[in-house]
Design a protein around this ligand. Structure first.
Ligand SMILES: [Zn+2]
Length: 220
């Protein structure tokens, strides 16, 4: 969703909360969307409790109940979706090849990174992994999102990798499935089809401590 209508629920200075929003707030390793509300620039969206705060560039002239038209910076958002979907495919490939698990990620529109708990990382293997990622991307895999009861999801091995991230009070988990490559509980934004990703480029790897290997990539 690139554009939407919402009603102002509250605002304070340049922080606005709406009754609904298409802005994906910063979190889970993803940077925030940016865009506009009634033509005013939204520099960041953050989540506190159940509320998404839209941070405007300047104080807003708004009233509670005002209708606003929201527009996402779609080029940025689509790059974030391409990068995030790529991170899942890369994680699946590296996990399949080495057994390494992800210890962190940072997804942004320009470059992104995934951290793996690997003691040794053969840099020459990097190009092989990226090639496998591009093979999956080019297969044009459908990306599906659906909801599953928490206890059912917990019973599927490997599905809930961040079980502690979702509070136990949440009894429906969102599952994201990328063709036959990756299925897991995930709250982030993804493309509809891996064909949208284009070409994945491995940028560099870094050693971040004994068991931590950081892999940077981008999409073109
Ligand atoms: Zn994710």
């Amino acid at each position: 969703m690139r554009e939407f209508e919402g009603l102002v629920e509250s605002f304070e200075g340049n922080r606005v909360v709406l009754d609904q929003t298409a802005f994906n707030p910063r979190g889970g390793g993803l940077v925030s969307d940016t865009g506009r509300l009634n033509g005013m620039t939204v520099v960041e969206a953050t989540k506190e409790g159940d509320n998404v705060f839209h941070l405007l560039e300047a104080p807003a002239d708004l009233r509670v109940g005002d209708r606003v038209h929201g527009v996402l910076d779609w080029e940025r958002r689509h790059r974030i979706m391409r990068m995030h979907t790529t991170a899942h495919i890369l994680s699946s490939v590296v996990n399949g090849e080495t057994g390494a698990l992800i210890t962190g990620n940072q997804i942004g529109p320009v470059e992104s990174r995934v951290d793996f708990n690997l003691e040794h990382f053969d840099k020459d293997r990097m190009s092989v992994y990226i090639e496998k990622v591009n093979d999956a991307v080019k297969r044009g895999l459908e990306v599906r999102a659906y909801f599953m009861k928490r206890e059912e999801a917990m019973a599927v091995p490997g599905l809930v990798k961040l079980a502690n991230a979702a509070p136990p009070t949440v009894d429906l988990l969102r599952i994201v499935q990328i063709g036959d490559v990756d299925t897991q509980a995930d709250g982030g934004v993804h493309v509809k089809n891996t064909g949208e990703i284009g070409t994945v480029i491995g940028l560099r790897t870094e050693n971040k401590g004994k068991n931590n290997r950081r892999v940077y990539f981008t999409v073109k």
